[in-house]
Design a protein around this ligand. Structure first.
Ligand SMILES: N[C@@H](CCC(=O)N[C@@H](CS)C(=O)NCC(=O)O)C(=O)O
Length: 304
């Protein structure tokens, strides 16, 4: 019997739920942009196969907490931003400069936060149950994320700033709720507090002690605008002169926001971020992928 091929000659495997983009899409885009072949195991192994691999002893490598995960040979890795950064380094989609690479990882972490918050709004009553079981309850939370995390930059935000400074400062509980909501792990607590508070200072971006307000800078689309406009290379990419995994992650975040928060996405004035989204989608390998049958439908359940 012949020895197994060395790990570097074995194909990469993506272990993710079948039939949907989900968080698996962030990893797919890395393989697709790099032109590296991979096996999308969920499509062949199915739901039960993913369960078996991730949680029922099928993985002999380093333990996986949740999909998506990748495997090559006996190396396994999970955690979407971690997998993206690792594969980015392998495939030339991370800057060589350590500080620039750290900025790419910063953006991956911001996308992770934005996806987690965006998903939570669809699952406000039971975070682990299908959105379909909590459609009515999710309405105010979806609206809140759409209005306050993907805000229309303009008078609405200015108006909420005024309300904030008139009403918010005397109520430290609300400030506490706002601060908590910036931490995904604590956002379950912050969401109800925010919802009760009628105004949400996280949407208002006047830093304490600052004498001028900035339109929605803490919000995701405004943040992509700022990062793109402050890239000194003017490359059209987020970090430095070349495409990185940050561009793929932010592209997918934008596409997911467009899909799941359409009315707010459409209202947001974010020309640089939207142009960036279109440019990334038009890259030859990604355009071919997006038109192929490897590209799966959106999850009807929530933002990812
Ligand atoms: N922080 C992880 C989250 C992974 C995650 O929540 N995966 C979902 C699918 S998108 C899942 O199957 N979760 C099951 C669980 O958490 O038990 C990542 O970014 O990859």
């Amino acid at each position: 019997m012949s020895a197994p091929a060395p790990a570097e000659q074995q194909p990469w495997e993506l272990w993710y739920w079948p039939g949907i983009k989900g968080r698996g899409e962030y990893v797919r885009l890395v393989f697709e942009e790099a032109g590296v072949p991979y096996k999308d195991m969920g499509q062949s192994a199915g739901f039960a196969g993913i369960m078996e691999f991730v949680w029922k002893g099928g993985n002999a490598g380093f333990p996986i907490r949740a999909p998506p995960a990748v495997r090559r040979g006996d190396f396994t890795l999970s955690g979407t931003p971690v997998v993206m950064a690792y594969l980015g380094r392998q495939f030339g989609l991370m800057p060589a400069d350590p500080e620039a690479a750290a900025h790419v990882e910063q953006l991956l972490a911001v996308v992770t936060d934005g996806v987690g918050e965006g998903r939570l709004a669809f699952h406000p009553k039971d975070h682990y149950a299908s959105h379909k079981t909590q459609v009515a309850e999710s309405v105010p939370y979806i609206k809140q994320y759409g209005e306050q995390r993907l805000p229309k930059v303009g008078s609405g935000v200015r108006g909420s700033c005024v309300i904030y400074f008139v009403l918010f400062i005397p109520f430290p509980t609300c400030r506490c709720a706002s601060a908590l909501s910036l931490c995904p792990a604590l956002s379950n607590l912050a969401f109800p507090l925010n919802h009760m508070s009628l105004f949400w200072p996280g949407a208002c971006c006047l830093a304490p002690g600052s004498s001028s307000w900035s339109p929605g800078k803490s919000c995701y689309l405004a943040y992509w605008e700022e990062v793109l406009s402050k890239n000194p290379t003017r490359s059209g990419f987020l970090v430095g002169a070349d495409i990185s995994v940050a561009d793929l992650a932010v592209y997918q975040f934008m596409a997911a926001a467009q899909q799941h928060y359409r009315q707010w996405y459409d209202a947001v004035e974010a020309p640089a971020a939207k142009a960036h989204q279109a440019r990334i989608a038009a890259r030859p390998r990604l355009a071919a992928y997006l038109a192929s049958d490897r590209c799966l439908p959106w999850d009807g359940d929530s933002m990812m």
